[in-house]
Ligand binder design. Sequence first.
Ligand SMILES: [Zn+2]
Length: 302
Amino acid sequence: MDLICLTDNAYHLRAGSNAGLLLAGGRALVVDSGLDRDAARRILKQVAALHVEVAAVLITHAHADHFGGAGELKRRTGAPVLAPAFEAAVIENPALEPVYLFAGAQPIKELEGKFILAQPCPVDALLQPGRQELFGFELEIIPAPGHAHNQVMVGAPQEGVCFAADAFFPPEVLDKYGIPFYVDIDQTLATLASLPTLPYQLFAQGHGDAYDRHGLEAVLDYNASRIATIRELTAAALAEPADDSQILQQVADALDLAISQPAIYYLTRTTIHACLNSLRRAGRAELSLAENRLLWCAASAR
Ligand SMILES: [Zn+2]
């Protein structure tokens, strides 16, 4: 885990899944907790090296790689853990993530690896959007839904730093996954569009390096164009009525992806569902039931 100094009082803890640190008055606010106990211990090592105490832990969204270490941070420091509503329910009940990926049924064991099923953590209070002082820190909690249902970003106005969670991904991450995880395509695009309007100089997101305003536009364009590609490939798969597994196969084939793990399949299927609902809202897709199959097709021209 590398400690990257963003400003005098803001740090980016770079790892497979990043965390953020804000310092004030000898105390630290931790933004996200990494995947597991080991990640939490590495965060605490960096906090100790800065000679500060953890005041609180803020979780941006309830994906295992962002909150899996929260329970360990809480146990070791006694610091309160805060998260947005909805996300907090999953952080306290991590089984909800494999359950929703498996359409509500008791999940198969392949959905119980630590990247999907994290350790639980009690949440002490819910994060509300807006400018506020929390534990002596000047903060702005900024809604950023789309990748997760109620994801937030954490802004530090005095530092000019926005901890942007998974509101956008660096190009290397998008290229690695091909079809990243989104629960709502329209909200994701709105979140991307909102980022340049925010009054921050540095955007330190959950994966990869922080971006300054100079580099931000190109990376946001890259994200938006990847999403447009996935949605248009989904639309193209509706020329003939098809069920969701056929649509997923067509989109993945078109992107030359070879999905080799059931967990990746189910994560990808969520993104395809998000595309189908986006197309339906736009009047471009319809669904019907025929012979006990739920079929999607392009909306008939009117
Ligand atoms: Zn995430």
